[in-house]
Design a binder for this molecule. Structure first.
Ligand SMILES: Cc1cc2nc3c(=O)[nH]c(=O)nc-3n(C[C@H](O)[C@H](O)[C@H](O)COP(=O)(O)OP(=O)(O)OC[C@H]3O[C@@H](n4cnc5c(N)ncnc54)[C@H](O)[C@@H]3O)c2cc1C
Length: 309
């Protein structure tokens, strides 16, 4: 969104182990702690944010599971979970990538690089993520998704740092992720193992083109935004209308506050037209929420996260 102020401390670990050390240090000192992925779903308040932000941008590491150094191979020839690191030169393109179509990604892997790598390896099932900005850790935390499904559909195992500062590996069944919510609470995502469907590359490319075309047609993807502001309400309450449709039906597209504006293209996006302040964006969100509630009786729930200091 390109709004918001500064933070007292900004830490940039480069490995899951460094991330864990940083988390433990902050907790020992009882400092407020926040985790920043790509910042694609965040609105950060103006001014100085107290405490520590740990950014995952330098934990941008993605490799095939058979390049991992600390996993064992099971009788089916598949790498066992527990394979969380690779040599710096860890292979991404082996002779036959379909043997074990899994990738290990650290939290800072960007979603666009994940989609590109999967395409290059002939790994299908993640084409819907095309055009979604952010990091793997943020994507898993938010359970990013769309009509195509959600990121958690591909996650076999997630490595988190738990409330005690220990690594803990969790399956989808253990986590029970929901709509735009991973249900991980205070746990911090360090890495994930994802499983794909071996798929012909031309088919993957075709699906990516279709998904991107559909997204570009309805979302202001090239403008500064934080993605969808509100979660879609229960269709029974809204008559099947999504949050964007409700905002549109209430005549709020184009409504602005300073340089923050409800996108004329998609009612669920607020865009920064240049020099919006976080205060403008937050006030506009409140205004939209109130008007939608007044006109329809529906209380929209926020999808974006706010860091209010
Ligand atoms: C143009 C545009 C299009 C978008 N399209 C979509 C879409 O189609 N579908 C969709 O679902 N979203 C969409 N989004 C929203 C956004 O891209 C996703 O939610 C993305 O997954 C956010 O990832 P991030 O790394 O940027 O998270 P951030 O914005 O950095 O963080 C989001 C939340 O996750 C937490 N978090 C981040 N990393 C971790 C971690 N390692 N461990 C624990 N918590 C963490 C943060 O503390 C914060 O609470 C879009 C956004 C934009 C700007």
């Amino acid at each position: 969104m390109r709004v918001g102020g500064r933070v007292e401390w900004f830490l940039e670990p480069t490995t899951p182990e460094e991330l864990r050390s940083a988390v433990i240090s902050c907790r020992e000192r009882e400092l407020p702690l926040r985790i920043l992925g790509g910042g694609a779903n965040l609105i950060i308040a103006d001014g100085l944010l107290p405490g520590v932000v740990i950014g995952t941008g330098r934990m941008n590491r993605l490799f095939r599971i058979d390049a991992a150094v600390d996993g064992d191979t099971n009788p089916e020839g598949e790498q066992d979970p527990g394979a969380w690191s690779a040599e710096p030169s860890g292979r991404v393109a082996p002779a036959d990538p379909s043997i074990d179509p899994r990738l290990v990604g650290w939290a800072g892997t960007t979603l666009p690089s994940l989609v590109r790598t999967a395409r290059d390896l002939g790994y299908g099932g993640i084409e819907g993520v095309v055009g979604i900005p952010g990091h793997l850790g943020g994507g898993i935390a938010m359970n990013a998704g769309g009509r195509w499904g959600e990121l958690w559909d591909r996650v076999e195992l997630v490595r988190v740092i738990d409330e005690q500062g220990e690594f803990l590996d969790l399956t989808r069944e253990q986590v029970q992720p929901g709509y735009r919510n991973s249900n991980l609470g205070e746990k911090i995502i360090a890495a994930a193992i994802m499983r794909f469907e071996p798929t012909p590359k031309p088919l993957i490319e075709q699906r990516m083109r279709e998904n991107l075309r559909a997204k570009n047609a309805v979302q202001p993807v090239s403008e500064r935004s934080a993605g969808c502001v509100f979660k879609n309400p229960d269709p029974e309450l809204s008559g099947g209308r999504g949050a964007g449709q409700l905002v549109d039906d209430c005549g709020l597209k184009g409504r602005s506050m300073g340089d923050a504006m409800v996108s004329p293209l998609h009612g669920n996006f607020i865009v920064n037209r240049g020099s919006a302040l976080a205060t403008d964006v937050l006030a506009l969100i409140d205004q939209v929420r109130e008007e939608v509630a007044q006109q329809t009786g529906i209380q929209l729930e926020l999808e974006v996260k706010r860091w209010l200091g």
